[in-house]
Design a protein around this ligand. Sequence first.
Ligand SMILES: [Zn+2]
Length: 504
Amino acid sequence: MFARAYSATLVGIEGIPVSVEVDIAGGLPCIEIIGLGDASVREAKHRVRSAIRNSGYELPARRIVVNLAPAGIHKEGSHLDLGIAVGILRASGKLPLDIPRSDYVLLGELALDGEIRRTPGILPMVLSVIKNGRRRVVTPQANQAEVGWLEDGEVRTASRLEEVVRFLSGTGDLPAAENKMPPEGSGEDTTVDMADIRGQEAAKRALEVAVSGGHNILMIGSPGSGKTLLARAIPGIMPDLGPDESVEVTAIHSVAGILPPEAGLMKRRPFRAPHHTVTPQALVGGGIVPKPGEVTLAHRGVLFLDEMPHFSRAALDALRQPLEEGVATVVRSRARVLFPARCFLVGAANPCPCGKFPSDDCTCNERARRNYLSRLSGPLLDRFDVFVEMSPLSLGDLESSPGETSAVVRKRVTRARMRQVERFSGKGFLTNSQIPVKDISRYVSLSAGAKKLLHRSFNELGLSARAYHKILKVALSIADLDDSPRVEEAHVAEALAYRDCFLL
Ligand SMILES: [Zn+2]
């Protein structure tokens, strides 16, 4: 007998509807799954067989062929289990064929005892199902937080196979996914508040400027100067995710399987800090079935590379293309997958191998120091617009009173961002750092004093054209923070202080 059930799969972070076709015919008893499934899909037959038996149903002792269509798309993951199990039950007559609920799209991994487990990637699959006009879905109960906020479509949740069988045959009901979005501010929060960081006022200011204009920032300072704390404070001074961004970021984290169980839509910007031993693949994404890398998990948030000179050359090189284009392209024999990768890059490094330069305790010679910092040079360094040197905290810093809170800084940043959104409306970019070189003069209007200072610096400091353009863009961000329609001399002077002079 032949029957069909509906499910979905993922290509990158996009969901694709899948039709599960099941045919039961004569032959030796077995389950055969065809249609480009990976190992996790091929193993589904073992999970599905046990789950069906342990839910109190009998499998026919015949040959069962399961085809996952469209066959041209590689399928991976255990989320197809539920669809396969229901397809088999229908083809074997355990579930009537002409039931009114046969059009539900079924998503979820089965445990051997028939339980439906929490499954990665549910949100993007449900979104694709709804977009494709199928409006009724069953997802694991344990995934309801990530889909409970959806207003389109009808999303039901189940925790056992037999519940789904009863529901589909009309003898039982399934609860609708609930919107249990946690109130703002609750849940895990690893962000540091600016007010908790003593001293380092110049570095805090540099961060504010960098975040306002979307300028990647590199911090150089000895261990203990607070680079990591400052980096962790960055999500807190960025405006919260907008509604569309929120869905996009939550979908990415759902695919990666790192959404906290009770978390609904993500509101805060992600912060990712991969260790310096990270592989290029883990950084930009990859795998036989491509998975998002750190640069994608940091999409619309912060990617922090601590101890940057210790990252492998291959890892840093792999970051160039995604950072430039805002998209990580992963090419594998079976697919070419694009992952979004628009993140704010924060680098940190010690001033020398021992970390104590320029104090007298530094034991490194000039050559060792240059070698160390030269590992930072190259094309990736061009991705940074703002450079800041941090000195070790003094006793005075430690005893100083708390500064501004992140909320206060975030207000200024948000206002500066709004200016940019208005300025660039319809241009395809949003921040000052993204202005193409040919358009800079159109957006930056300089006062006479600013112009003079720039010209003098250009000649006296021997600035490259690239450095010159960066200074213009950063000065524009400083003017935005100042609510000034024109770039003044003081704005240029501050921008000049953020160039990479210590690397020369
Ligand atoms: Zn040293």
